[in-house]
Design a protein around this ligand. Structure first.
Ligand code: ACO
Length: 334
């Protein structure tokens, strides 16, 4: 019986990721806004990020990551039954980016929809897909975190534009056929809608449509009270990770690797310390990509897996935090 008392174990059959070619370094940002490489590295750990081309949309990034995950899972797109794209930067408000991904993959047998949970979206998608597979509604799912945040960043605001980047990560989930396949042991997620003001894109929706009168006010770009977000992030990510570790009947020393949301090295340091997990068992790649929101943990998981940091049978904890506020975690036996 799995840690969440389901009859059916669900495993990760493959992971994939994709980041655009264009690199934007801290030195490049020094030319755009009043900042320094030293400030950015000291406060965040970020050294560079990737920026998608003008004709490269969220669905393109998502599709490339998905193809890599499908290849690793040795699955054809036609076999996929469910596609969930987690994004806050959809190609269009409607239809869902998942529909464009379905089209690009030729995965016409799949039900496809998006979810919006900011940086927590990939693990929200994992929990939804896991439950739908274990309930028997689908036998597999392609979950993707994908963002083109560069289209929603105020490039005049030094307090946010230095943080974000573009990219996508994906995973194929399916019914496990035996213990060797590994298992998603426990998942958990949470939301605090009292904190919507801390991190949002205020314009572009029904509350504040972009008009000719307000078009120059950068309303459809990321706005954040960084210090407040920071405090909530540390508390919620620690609690969330502890819950999935306990529900999986594990102890911190059983965890081979923690793969956290990649927003800020100082947040990651604080969580590792509070979870009592040594820093060499915490995966980071935000130095190269910045914060790619829903894509961040998915890209990190794929890089950790492909670089050999996760071995068969080992326990991995994923933990994320984002606008909403939202948070989520998953414990996996690989
Ligand atoms: N370069 C130089 N100085 C800067 C910059 C910059 N790029 N940005 C801000 N400053 C200045 C500020 O103006 C301020 O100056 P002042 O003291 O004269 O007023 C000073 O630096 C300190 O600014 P703070 O905002 O207090 O800096 P802080 O140490 O809090 O770091 C940061 C800011 C990096 C944003 C941090 O608060 C953070 O990482 N917060 C969490 C973000 C996060 O985790 N988001 C997760 C979810 S993202 C999502 O869901 C999409």
């Amino acid at each position: 019986m799995s840690a969440e008392h389901s009859q059916v174990s669900v495993c990760i059959a493959g992971t994939g990721s994709y980041v655009p070619e264009k690199v934007l370094t801290n030195a490049d940002l020094e030319k755009l806004v009043d900042t320094t490489d030293e400030w950015i590295v000291t406060r965040t750990g970020i050294r560079e990020r990737r920026i998608a081309a003008d004709d490269e949309f969220t669905s393109h990034l998502a599709t490339k990551a998905a193809l890599r995950a499908l290849e690793q899972a040795a699955m054809d797109p036609a076999e996929i039954e469910l596609i969930i794209v987690a994004t806050i930067t959809p190609d269009t408000l409607t239809p869902a980016t998942a529909c464009y991904v379905q089209q690009r993959l030729g995965a016409f047998g799949a039900v496809a929809f998006d979810i919006s949970a900011a940086c927590s979206g990939f693990l929200y998608a994992m929990k939804i897909a896991k439950r739908l597979i274990s309930d028997g509604a689908f036998s597999n799912a392609l979950i993707i975190g994908a963002e083109k945040l560069s289209s929603f960043v105020n490039w005049d605001d030094r307090s946010t534009c230095i943080l974000f980047g573009d990219g996508a990560g994906a995973a194929v989930l399916r019914k496990a056929s035996g213990p060797d396949d590994g298992e998603i042991l426990a998942t958990e997620m949470g939301t605090d809608g009292r904190q919507t003001h801390l991190l949002n894109i205020p314009g572009g929706g029904s509350a504040c449509p972009i008009t000719i009168e307000n078009a120059d006010k950068h309303l459809a770009t990321m706005s954040m009270l960084g210090k407040e977000v920071f405090k909530h992030a540390v508390t919620r990510m620690k609690e969330s990770a502890e819950k999935v570790i306990a529900r999986s009947n594990l102890k911190p020393e059983d965890i081979a690797l923690v793969v956290p949301h990649q927003a800020n090295l100082r947040i990651i340091d604080a969580i590792a310390e509070r979870l009592d997990v040594p820093y060499d068992r915490v995966f980071t790649n935000l130095q190269k990509y910045g914060n790619t929101s829903a894509a961040a943990v998915a890209i990190a998981l794929d890089e950790a897996h492909r670089s050999g940091r996760i071995k068969k049978g080992e326990h991995v904890v994923l933990v994320v935090f984002g606008a909403g506020l939202t948070w989520a975690a998953a414990a996996i036996r690989w």
